[in-house]
Write a protein that binds this ligand. Sequence first.
Ligand SMILES: NC(=O)C1=CN([C@@H]2O[C@H](COP(=O)(O)OP(=O)(O)OC[C@H]3O[C@@H](n4cnc5c(N)ncnc54)[C@H](O)[C@@H]3O)[C@@H](O)[C@H]2O)[C@@H](O)CC1
Ligand SMILES: [K+]
Length: 463
Amino acid sequence: MRQAHTVEQVRAAEAALMAKLPEGTLMQRAAAGLAVAVSNFLGGTYGARVVLLIGSGDNGGDALYAGARLARRGAQVTAVLLSSHAHPGGLAALLAVGGRVGATSDIVSADVVLDGIVGIGGRPGLRPDALAAVQLAEQYGVPIVAVDTPSGVDVDTGETPEPHVRAALTVTFGTHKICHLVDPAASACGPVHLIDIGLDLPPAEVQSLQAADVRALYPIPHGESDKYSRGVLGLMVGSPQYPGAAVIATTGALAGPIGMVRYVGPDAVAAAVREAHPEVVGDGRVQAWTIGSGLGDELDVPRIRELLDADEPVVLDADGLKALDDSGDHVDVLATPHAGELARLLGVERATVEAERLKYARLAAERFDVTVLLKGATTVIAGPDGEVRVNTNATPWLATAGAGDVLAGLCGSLLAAGLTPLDAAAVGAYLHASAANLSSSGGPTTAIAVAQALPEATRLLLS
Ligand SMILES: NC(=O)C1=CN([C@@H]2O[C@H](COP(=O)(O)OP(=O)(O)OC[C@H]3O[C@@H](n4cnc5c(N)ncnc54)[C@H](O)[C@@H]3O)[C@@H](O)[C@H]2O)[C@@H](O)CC1
Ligand SMILES: [K+]
Protein backbone atom coordinates (compact mmCIF):
# COMPACT_ATOMS: atom_id res chain seq x y z
CA MET A 1 0.00 0.00 0.00
CA ARG A 2 1.33 3.39 -0.93
CA GLN A 3 0.32 5.91 1.72
CA ALA A 4 0.06 9.68 1.29
CA HIS A 5 0.04 11.82 4.42
CA THR A 6 -0.84 15.46 4.93
CA VAL A 7 1.79 18.11 5.70
CA GLU A 8 0.41 18.36 9.23
CA GLN A 9 0.84 14.61 9.77
CA VAL A 10 4.38 14.71 8.36
CA ARG A 11 5.36 17.68 10.53
CA ALA A 12 4.06 15.95 13.66
CA ALA A 13 5.91 12.71 12.88
CA GLU A 14 9.11 14.62 12.07
CA ALA A 15 8.91 16.59 15.33
CA ALA A 16 8.42 13.40 17.36
CA LEU A 17 11.39 11.71 15.72
CA MET A 18 13.65 14.78 15.77
CA ALA A 19 13.15 15.06 19.53
CA LYS A 20 14.87 11.67 19.90
CA LEU A 21 17.78 12.21 17.51
CA PRO A 22 20.83 14.48 17.33
CA GLU A 23 20.10 17.75 15.49
CA GLY A 24 20.27 17.51 11.72
CA THR A 25 20.00 13.71 11.57
CA LEU A 26 16.80 13.68 9.51
CA MET A 27 18.12 16.19 7.02
CA GLN A 28 21.28 14.10 6.59
CA ARG A 29 19.17 10.98 6.00
CA ALA A 30 17.14 12.89 3.40
CA ALA A 31 20.24 14.34 1.72
CA ALA A 32 22.04 11.00 1.59
CA GLY A 33 19.07 9.31 -0.11
CA LEU A 34 18.63 12.26 -2.46
CA ALA A 35 22.30 12.20 -3.52
CA VAL A 36 22.12 8.47 -4.34
CA ALA A 37 18.88 8.95 -6.30
CA VAL A 38 20.40 11.82 -8.32
CA SER A 39 23.56 9.80 -8.97
CA ASN A 40 21.42 6.88 -10.24
CA PHE A 41 19.35 9.28 -12.34
CA LEU A 42 22.54 10.64 -13.96
CA GLY A 43 24.17 7.22 -14.26
CA GLY A 44 27.20 8.44 -12.27
CA THR A 45 28.45 11.64 -10.68
CA TYR A 46 32.04 12.18 -11.83
CA GLY A 47 32.17 15.31 -13.99
CA ALA A 48 28.38 15.79 -13.94
CA ARG A 49 27.21 19.40 -13.87
CA VAL A 50 24.58 19.85 -11.18
CA VAL A 51 22.70 23.09 -10.51
CA LEU A 52 20.80 23.50 -7.23
CA LEU A 53 17.85 25.93 -7.07
CA ILE A 54 17.79 26.98 -3.43
CA GLY A 55 14.88 28.57 -1.56
CA SER A 56 14.82 29.88 2.00
CA GLY A 57 13.92 26.73 3.95
CA ASP A 58 14.91 23.20 4.82
CA ASN A 59 13.98 21.99 1.34
CA GLY A 60 16.94 24.05 0.13
CA GLY A 61 18.95 22.54 2.99
CA ASP A 62 18.30 19.03 1.68
CA ALA A 63 19.42 20.10 -1.80
CA LEU A 64 22.58 21.80 -0.50
CA TYR A 65 23.68 18.82 1.62
CA ALA A 66 22.93 16.45 -1.28
CA GLY A 67 24.90 18.77 -3.54
CA ALA A 68 27.85 18.56 -1.13
CA ARG A 69 27.72 14.75 -1.27
CA LEU A 70 27.63 14.83 -5.09
CA ALA A 71 30.54 17.31 -5.17
CA ARG A 72 32.58 14.94 -2.96
CA ARG A 73 32.01 12.26 -5.61
CA GLY A 74 33.32 14.46 -8.40
CA ALA A 75 30.29 16.43 -9.59
CA GLN A 76 30.59 20.14 -10.43
CA VAL A 77 27.89 21.62 -8.21
CA THR A 78 26.56 25.17 -8.47
CA ALA A 79 23.97 26.66 -6.11
CA VAL A 80 21.61 29.34 -7.40
CA LEU A 81 20.30 31.20 -4.33
CA LEU A 82 16.75 32.38 -4.96
CA SER A 83 16.23 33.97 -1.57
CA SER A 84 18.27 36.24 0.70
CA HIS A 85 18.36 33.34 3.16
CA ALA A 86 19.77 29.90 2.37
CA HIS A 87 20.23 27.04 4.86
CA PRO A 88 23.55 28.11 6.48
CA GLY A 89 24.83 24.62 7.38
CA GLY A 90 23.98 23.25 3.94
CA LEU A 91 25.61 26.15 2.11
CA ALA A 92 28.78 25.90 4.22
CA ALA A 93 28.94 22.14 3.58
CA LEU A 94 28.69 22.69 -0.18
CA LEU A 95 31.31 25.44 -0.27
CA ALA A 96 33.67 23.35 1.89
CA VAL A 97 33.89 20.62 -0.75
CA GLY A 98 34.40 22.85 -3.76
CA GLY A 99 30.81 23.66 -4.70
CA ARG A 100 30.14 27.26 -5.68
CA VAL A 101 27.41 29.85 -5.81
CA GLY A 102 26.48 30.77 -9.37
CA ALA A 103 23.82 32.40 -11.50
CA THR A 104 20.65 31.23 -13.26
CA SER A 105 22.56 31.17 -16.56
CA ASP A 106 24.57 28.16 -15.24
CA ILE A 107 21.41 26.09 -15.83
CA VAL A 108 21.95 26.19 -19.59
CA SER A 109 24.93 23.82 -19.48
CA ALA A 110 23.77 21.65 -16.56
CA ASP A 111 23.10 17.90 -16.73
CA VAL A 112 20.48 18.12 -14.02
CA VAL A 113 18.76 20.76 -11.89
CA LEU A 114 17.71 20.02 -8.31
CA ASP A 115 14.55 21.84 -7.26
CA GLY A 116 15.16 22.83 -3.64
CA ILE A 117 12.96 25.93 -3.92
CA VAL A 118 10.19 24.84 -1.53
CA GLY A 119 8.92 21.55 -0.14
CA ILE A 120 6.13 20.94 2.34
CA GLY A 121 6.45 24.50 3.65
CA GLY A 122 5.63 26.00 0.24
CA ARG A 123 2.54 27.78 -0.93
CA PRO A 124 1.38 27.21 -4.52
CA GLY A 125 3.20 29.17 -7.19
CA LEU A 126 6.76 30.25 -8.00
CA ARG A 127 8.24 33.69 -7.41
CA PRO A 128 9.55 35.49 -10.54
CA ASP A 129 13.24 34.49 -10.11
CA ALA A 130 12.32 30.86 -9.45
CA LEU A 131 9.92 30.80 -12.38
CA ALA A 132 12.59 32.24 -14.71
CA ALA A 133 15.08 29.58 -13.59
CA VAL A 134 12.58 26.75 -14.08
CA GLN A 135 11.60 28.07 -17.51
CA LEU A 136 15.27 28.25 -18.53
CA ALA A 137 15.74 24.59 -17.58
CA GLU A 138 12.64 23.64 -19.59
CA GLN A 139 13.78 25.71 -22.57
CA TYR A 140 17.20 23.98 -22.63
CA GLY A 141 15.78 20.54 -21.92
CA VAL A 142 17.64 20.18 -18.61
CA PRO A 143 15.81 17.61 -16.46
CA ILE A 144 14.65 18.74 -13.03
CA VAL A 145 14.76 16.45 -9.98
CA ALA A 146 12.27 17.74 -7.41
CA VAL A 147 13.37 17.59 -3.78
CA ASP A 148 10.40 16.24 -1.77
CA THR A 149 7.75 17.94 -3.95
CA PRO A 150 7.77 19.83 -7.25
CA SER A 151 7.84 23.45 -6.08
CA GLY A 152 4.69 25.44 -6.75
CA VAL A 153 2.11 22.65 -6.45
CA ASP A 154 -0.37 22.46 -3.59
CA VAL A 155 1.09 19.64 -1.50
CA ASP A 156 -2.07 18.67 0.40
CA THR A 157 -4.59 18.73 -2.46
CA GLY A 158 -2.68 17.97 -5.66
CA GLU A 159 -3.98 21.21 -7.16
CA THR A 160 -1.80 23.40 -9.39
CA PRO A 161 -3.44 26.83 -9.51
CA GLU A 162 -0.13 28.59 -10.24
CA PRO A 163 3.07 27.95 -12.26
CA HIS A 164 5.06 25.04 -10.85
CA VAL A 165 8.00 22.74 -11.49
CA ARG A 166 7.51 19.74 -13.83
CA ALA A 167 9.96 17.16 -12.61
CA ALA A 168 11.61 14.24 -14.39
CA LEU A 169 11.93 12.57 -10.97
CA THR A 170 10.74 13.43 -7.48
CA VAL A 171 12.67 12.22 -4.46
CA THR A 172 10.53 12.38 -1.33
CA PHE A 173 11.17 11.62 2.33
CA GLY A 174 9.38 9.66 5.03
CA THR A 175 6.09 9.10 3.17
CA HIS A 176 4.30 10.15 0.02
CA LYS A 177 2.45 13.44 0.08
CA ILE A 178 -1.00 13.86 -1.50
CA CYS A 179 0.46 15.83 -4.46
CA HIS A 180 2.44 12.71 -5.46
CA LEU A 181 -0.75 10.72 -6.06
CA VAL A 182 -3.46 13.20 -7.05
CA ASP A 183 -3.58 14.98 -10.39
CA PRO A 184 -2.85 17.48 -11.78
CA ALA A 185 0.15 17.68 -9.39
CA ALA A 186 0.91 13.95 -9.67
CA SER A 187 1.61 14.39 -13.38
CA ALA A 188 4.21 17.04 -12.48
CA CYS A 189 6.20 14.64 -10.28
CA GLY A 190 7.52 12.11 -12.77
CA PRO A 191 8.37 8.83 -11.05
CA VAL A 192 8.38 9.30 -7.28
CA HIS A 193 11.22 7.76 -5.28
CA LEU A 194 10.60 7.42 -1.53
CA ILE A 195 13.48 7.62 0.96
CA ASP A 196 12.79 6.11 4.38
CA ILE A 197 13.92 8.49 7.12
CA GLY A 198 12.38 6.48 9.97
CA LEU A 199 9.12 8.39 10.55
CA ASP A 200 6.40 6.75 12.61
CA LEU A 201 3.17 7.78 10.87
CA PRO A 202 -0.57 7.52 11.62
CA PRO A 203 -3.05 5.99 9.11
CA ALA A 204 -2.91 7.86 5.79
CA GLU A 205 -5.66 10.07 4.37
CA VAL A 206 -5.01 8.84 0.85
CA GLN A 207 -3.88 5.35 -0.16
CA SER A 208 -2.91 3.70 -3.41
CA LEU A 209 -3.16 -0.08 -3.77
CA GLN A 210 -0.07 -1.84 -5.12
CA ALA A 211 0.08 -5.28 -6.77
CA ALA A 212 0.29 -7.19 -3.47
CA ASP A 213 -2.74 -5.33 -2.07
CA VAL A 214 -4.82 -6.03 -5.16
CA ARG A 215 -3.76 -9.69 -5.07
CA ALA A 216 -4.86 -9.97 -1.44
CA LEU A 217 -8.29 -8.48 -2.20
CA TYR A 218 -9.08 -10.34 -5.43
CA PRO A 219 -11.94 -12.87 -4.94
CA ILE A 220 -10.49 -16.26 -5.94
CA PRO A 221 -12.86 -19.23 -6.44
CA HIS A 222 -12.26 -22.36 -4.34
CA GLY A 223 -13.21 -26.04 -4.52
CA GLU A 224 -16.75 -25.48 -3.25
CA SER A 225 -17.47 -22.57 -5.61
CA ASP A 226 -20.21 -22.73 -8.24
CA LYS A 227 -21.38 -20.20 -10.79
CA TYR A 228 -23.87 -18.70 -8.32
CA SER A 229 -21.61 -18.51 -5.30
CA ARG A 230 -18.90 -16.82 -7.38
CA GLY A 231 -21.41 -14.00 -7.95
CA VAL A 232 -24.01 -13.11 -10.56
CA LEU A 233 -23.99 -9.64 -12.12
CA GLY A 234 -26.97 -7.98 -13.78
CA LEU A 235 -26.13 -5.61 -16.61
CA MET A 236 -28.55 -2.85 -17.57
CA VAL A 237 -26.41 -1.16 -20.19
CA GLY A 238 -26.38 -0.39 -23.92
CA SER A 239 -29.23 0.59 -26.24
CA PRO A 240 -30.16 0.40 -29.94
CA GLN A 241 -28.21 3.69 -30.14
CA TYR A 242 -25.14 2.21 -28.38
CA PRO A 243 -25.26 -1.60 -28.64
CA GLY A 244 -21.45 -1.74 -28.45
CA ALA A 245 -21.49 -0.45 -24.85
CA ALA A 246 -23.44 -3.57 -23.83
CA VAL A 247 -21.01 -5.91 -25.59
CA ILE A 248 -17.97 -4.14 -24.15
CA ALA A 249 -19.32 -3.91 -20.58
CA THR A 250 -20.27 -7.60 -20.74
CA THR A 251 -16.78 -8.51 -21.91
CA GLY A 252 -15.35 -6.56 -18.95
CA ALA A 253 -17.77 -8.20 -16.51
CA LEU A 254 -17.06 -11.75 -17.72
CA ALA A 255 -13.33 -11.06 -17.37
CA GLY A 256 -13.88 -10.40 -13.66
CA PRO A 257 -14.29 -12.90 -10.83
CA ILE A 258 -18.02 -13.73 -11.19
CA GLY A 259 -19.68 -16.94 -12.39
CA MET A 260 -22.56 -15.55 -14.46
CA VAL A 261 -23.84 -12.43 -16.23
CA ARG A 262 -27.51 -11.57 -16.75
CA TYR A 263 -28.28 -9.03 -19.45
CA VAL A 264 -31.45 -6.91 -19.17
CA GLY A 265 -32.28 -4.67 -22.11
CA PRO A 266 -33.84 -4.38 -25.59
CA ASP A 267 -34.02 -7.67 -27.58
CA ALA A 268 -31.80 -6.45 -30.40
CA VAL A 269 -29.07 -5.45 -27.93
CA ALA A 270 -29.44 -8.69 -25.99
CA ALA A 271 -28.97 -10.56 -29.28
CA ALA A 272 -25.75 -8.66 -29.98
CA VAL A 273 -24.49 -9.42 -26.46
CA ARG A 274 -25.30 -13.17 -26.87
CA GLU A 275 -23.66 -13.30 -30.25
CA ALA A 276 -20.42 -12.13 -28.64
CA HIS A 277 -20.99 -14.05 -25.39
CA PRO A 278 -23.38 -17.03 -25.71
CA GLU A 279 -22.98 -17.75 -21.97
CA VAL A 280 -24.95 -14.59 -21.01
CA VAL A 281 -28.48 -15.27 -19.66
CA GLY A 282 -31.58 -13.10 -19.10
CA ASP A 283 -33.26 -11.44 -16.11
CA GLY A 284 -33.19 -13.15 -12.70
CA ARG A 285 -31.57 -13.03 -9.28
CA VAL A 286 -28.28 -11.13 -9.09
CA GLN A 287 -25.78 -10.11 -6.41
CA ALA A 288 -25.00 -6.73 -7.98
CA TRP A 289 -25.85 -4.48 -10.93
CA THR A 290 -23.92 -2.46 -13.46
CA ILE A 291 -26.26 0.20 -14.81
CA GLY A 292 -25.94 3.05 -17.22
CA SER A 293 -23.15 2.65 -19.80
CA GLY A 294 -24.51 3.61 -23.22
CA LEU A 295 -28.17 3.61 -22.07
CA GLY A 296 -28.98 6.65 -24.22
CA ASP A 297 -32.73 6.83 -24.78
CA GLU A 298 -33.28 3.61 -22.81
CA LEU A 299 -32.62 5.53 -19.58
CA ASP A 300 -35.45 4.63 -17.18
CA VAL A 301 -34.89 6.79 -14.12
CA PRO A 302 -37.70 5.37 -11.91
CA ARG A 303 -36.53 1.77 -12.58
CA ILE A 304 -32.92 2.69 -11.81
CA ARG A 305 -33.96 4.43 -8.59
CA GLU A 306 -35.80 1.26 -7.57
CA LEU A 307 -32.61 -0.73 -8.07
CA LEU A 308 -30.56 1.89 -6.21
CA ASP A 309 -32.92 1.54 -3.25
CA ALA A 310 -32.85 -2.28 -3.34
CA ASP A 311 -30.33 -4.34 -1.34
CA GLU A 312 -27.96 -5.29 -4.17
CA PRO A 313 -24.93 -3.04 -4.69
CA VAL A 314 -24.83 -1.07 -7.95
CA VAL A 315 -22.19 0.37 -10.26
CA LEU A 316 -23.77 3.48 -11.73
CA ASP A 317 -22.06 4.68 -14.91
CA ALA A 318 -22.49 7.24 -17.68
CA ASP A 319 -26.18 7.97 -18.50
CA GLY A 320 -27.25 6.08 -15.37
CA LEU A 321 -25.68 8.82 -13.23
CA LYS A 322 -28.64 11.03 -14.17
CA ALA A 323 -30.74 8.89 -11.81
CA LEU A 324 -28.60 9.76 -8.81
CA ASP A 325 -30.18 12.08 -6.25
CA ASP A 326 -28.93 13.24 -2.90
CA SER A 327 -31.75 11.78 -0.82
CA GLY A 328 -31.52 8.34 0.70
CA ASP A 329 -28.90 5.83 1.65
CA HIS A 330 -26.65 4.81 -1.24
CA VAL A 331 -23.59 3.47 0.58
CA ASP A 332 -23.56 0.35 -1.60
CA VAL A 333 -23.51 2.39 -4.82
CA LEU A 334 -20.32 2.94 -6.79
CA ALA A 335 -20.67 5.90 -9.16
CA THR A 336 -18.09 6.01 -11.97
CA PRO A 337 -18.17 9.48 -13.57
CA HIS A 338 -15.53 11.20 -15.65
CA ALA A 339 -14.83 14.85 -14.82
CA GLY A 340 -17.59 16.15 -17.13
CA GLU A 341 -20.22 13.89 -15.60
CA LEU A 342 -19.14 14.73 -12.06
CA ALA A 343 -19.26 18.44 -12.96
CA ARG A 344 -22.86 18.04 -14.20
CA LEU A 345 -23.85 16.15 -11.04
CA LEU A 346 -22.46 18.93 -8.85
CA GLY A 347 -23.46 21.87 -11.04
CA VAL A 348 -19.90 23.17 -11.56
CA GLU A 349 -17.62 23.56 -14.58
CA ARG A 350 -15.66 20.56 -15.87
CA ALA A 351 -12.40 22.54 -15.65
CA THR A 352 -13.09 23.16 -11.95
CA VAL A 353 -13.39 19.41 -11.31
CA GLU A 354 -10.22 18.74 -13.34
CA ALA A 355 -8.30 21.31 -11.27
CA GLU A 356 -9.61 20.10 -7.87
CA ARG A 357 -10.17 16.39 -8.39
CA LEU A 358 -9.74 15.27 -4.79
CA LYS A 359 -12.03 17.97 -3.44
CA TYR A 360 -14.89 17.27 -5.86
CA ALA A 361 -14.66 13.48 -5.65
CA ARG A 362 -14.93 13.80 -1.86
CA LEU A 363 -17.74 16.34 -2.10
CA ALA A 364 -19.84 14.12 -4.39
CA ALA A 365 -19.23 11.05 -2.22
CA GLU A 366 -20.48 12.95 0.77
CA ARG A 367 -23.41 14.65 -0.95
CA PHE A 368 -24.80 11.54 -2.67
CA ASP A 369 -23.69 9.10 0.04
CA VAL A 370 -21.97 6.91 -2.57
CA THR A 371 -18.46 5.80 -3.43
CA VAL A 372 -17.21 7.94 -6.31
CA LEU A 373 -14.65 6.70 -8.82
CA LEU A 374 -13.51 9.78 -10.73
CA LYS A 375 -11.87 8.61 -13.95
CA GLY A 376 -8.72 10.24 -15.28
CA ALA A 377 -4.98 9.72 -15.79
CA THR A 378 -4.91 9.04 -12.07
CA THR A 379 -8.22 7.75 -10.76
CA VAL A 380 -9.50 9.23 -7.50
CA ILE A 381 -11.85 7.02 -5.47
CA ALA A 382 -13.66 8.60 -2.52
CA GLY A 383 -15.87 6.71 -0.09
CA PRO A 384 -18.88 8.28 1.66
CA ASP A 385 -16.98 8.14 4.97
CA GLY A 386 -14.02 10.19 3.66
CA GLU A 387 -11.65 7.32 2.79
CA VAL A 388 -9.69 7.97 -0.42
CA ARG A 389 -7.85 5.63 -2.79
CA VAL A 390 -5.93 6.69 -5.84
CA ASN A 391 -4.95 4.54 -8.81
CA THR A 392 -1.82 5.57 -10.64
CA ASN A 393 -0.80 2.72 -12.98
CA ALA A 394 -2.82 3.74 -16.07
CA THR A 395 -1.44 4.53 -19.51
CA PRO A 396 -2.67 7.51 -21.57
CA TRP A 397 -3.47 4.96 -24.35
CA LEU A 398 -6.43 3.92 -22.18
CA ALA A 399 -8.21 7.17 -23.09
CA THR A 400 -10.24 5.43 -25.81
CA ALA A 401 -13.95 5.01 -26.57
CA GLY A 402 -15.58 2.27 -24.53
CA ALA A 403 -12.81 1.97 -21.93
CA GLY A 404 -15.26 3.23 -19.29
CA ASP A 405 -17.74 0.48 -20.23
CA VAL A 406 -15.04 -2.14 -19.56
CA LEU A 407 -14.37 -0.60 -16.15
CA ALA A 408 -18.08 -0.46 -15.26
CA GLY A 409 -18.51 -4.14 -16.15
CA LEU A 410 -15.39 -5.16 -14.25
CA CYS A 411 -16.25 -3.15 -11.12
CA GLY A 412 -19.76 -4.64 -11.16
CA SER A 413 -18.20 -8.09 -11.37
CA LEU A 414 -16.04 -7.34 -8.33
CA LEU A 415 -19.06 -6.00 -6.39
CA ALA A 416 -21.09 -9.12 -7.25
CA ALA A 417 -18.20 -11.26 -6.01
CA GLY A 418 -18.47 -9.57 -2.63
CA LEU A 419 -15.98 -6.67 -2.52
CA THR A 420 -17.03 -3.38 -0.91
CA PRO A 421 -17.59 -0.48 -3.33
CA LEU A 422 -14.25 1.09 -2.28
CA ASP A 423 -12.31 -2.15 -2.82
CA ALA A 424 -14.18 -2.99 -6.04
CA ALA A 425 -13.34 0.45 -7.38
CA ALA A 426 -9.67 0.28 -6.39
CA VAL A 427 -9.13 -3.31 -7.60
CA GLY A 428 -11.13 -2.58 -10.78
CA ALA A 429 -9.16 0.57 -11.60
CA TYR A 430 -5.86 -1.21 -10.98
CA LEU A 431 -6.65 -4.24 -13.17
CA HIS A 432 -8.26 -2.11 -15.87
CA ALA A 433 -5.02 -0.11 -16.10
CA SER A 434 -2.87 -3.28 -15.96
CA ALA A 435 -4.87 -4.77 -18.85
CA ALA A 436 -4.49 -1.55 -20.79
CA ASN A 437 -0.72 -1.62 -20.27
CA LEU A 438 -0.65 -5.21 -21.47
CA SER A 439 -2.77 -4.68 -24.58
CA SER A 440 -1.16 -1.34 -25.42
CA SER A 441 2.52 -2.21 -24.82
CA GLY A 442 3.27 1.42 -25.54
CA GLY A 443 1.00 1.73 -28.59
CA PRO A 444 -2.70 2.18 -29.45
CA THR A 445 -5.32 -0.17 -28.07
CA THR A 446 -9.12 -0.52 -28.06
CA ALA A 447 -11.71 -1.04 -25.34
CA ILE A 448 -12.36 -4.61 -26.48
CA ALA A 449 -8.63 -5.34 -26.52
CA VAL A 450 -8.37 -4.01 -22.95
CA ALA A 451 -11.30 -6.20 -21.84
CA GLN A 452 -9.76 -9.21 -23.59
CA ALA A 453 -6.43 -8.56 -21.83
CA LEU A 454 -8.09 -8.58 -18.39
CA PRO A 455 -7.85 -12.36 -17.81
CA GLU A 456 -4.12 -12.31 -18.64
CA ALA A 457 -3.53 -9.21 -16.47
CA THR A 458 -5.35 -10.98 -13.61
CA ARG A 459 -3.36 -14.19 -14.16
CA LEU A 460 -0.08 -12.26 -14.05
CA LEU A 461 -1.18 -10.55 -10.85
CA LEU A 462 -2.29 -13.74 -9.11
CA SER A 463 0.60 -15.96 -10.18
N1 LIG B 1 11.33 18.90 9.05
C1 LIG B 1 12.15 17.86 8.91
O1 LIG B 1 12.48 17.13 9.82
C2 LIG B 1 12.67 17.50 7.63
C3 LIG B 1 12.43 18.34 6.57
N2 LIG B 1 12.94 18.06 5.39
C4 LIG B 1 12.85 19.02 4.31
O2 LIG B 1 12.34 20.26 4.75
C5 LIG B 1 11.27 20.66 3.91
C6 LIG B 1 10.38 21.58 4.64
O3 LIG B 1 11.18 22.66 5.03
P1 LIG B 1 10.58 24.04 5.55
O4 LIG B 1 9.59 23.78 6.59
O5 LIG B 1 11.76 24.87 5.93
O6 LIG B 1 9.81 24.65 4.34
P2 LIG B 1 10.21 24.80 2.81
O7 LIG B 1 11.66 24.69 2.59
O8 LIG B 1 9.32 23.92 2.04
O9 LIG B 1 9.76 26.31 2.55
C7 LIG B 1 10.46 27.33 3.20
C8 LIG B 1 9.84 28.67 3.16
O10 LIG B 1 9.65 29.11 1.85
C9 LIG B 1 8.77 30.21 1.85
N3 LIG B 1 7.78 30.00 0.78
C10 LIG B 1 6.55 29.47 0.87
N4 LIG B 1 5.98 29.38 -0.34
C11 LIG B 1 6.87 29.86 -1.22
C12 LIG B 1 6.85 30.01 -2.62
N5 LIG B 1 5.81 29.63 -3.34
N6 LIG B 1 7.95 30.53 -3.22
C13 LIG B 1 9.01 30.88 -2.49
N7 LIG B 1 9.08 30.77 -1.15
C14 LIG B 1 8.02 30.27 -0.52
C15 LIG B 1 8.12 30.23 3.21
O11 LIG B 1 8.66 31.27 3.94
C16 LIG B 1 8.48 28.84 3.75
O12 LIG B 1 8.49 28.80 5.13
C17 LIG B 1 10.68 19.37 3.43
O13 LIG B 1 9.93 19.52 2.26
C18 LIG B 1 11.93 18.53 3.24
O14 LIG B 1 12.50 18.81 1.96
C19 LIG B 1 13.86 16.94 5.22
O15 LIG B 1 15.12 17.44 5.46
C20 LIG B 1 13.54 15.81 6.13
C21 LIG B 1 13.45 16.26 7.52
K1 LIG C 1 11.08 21.19 -4.12
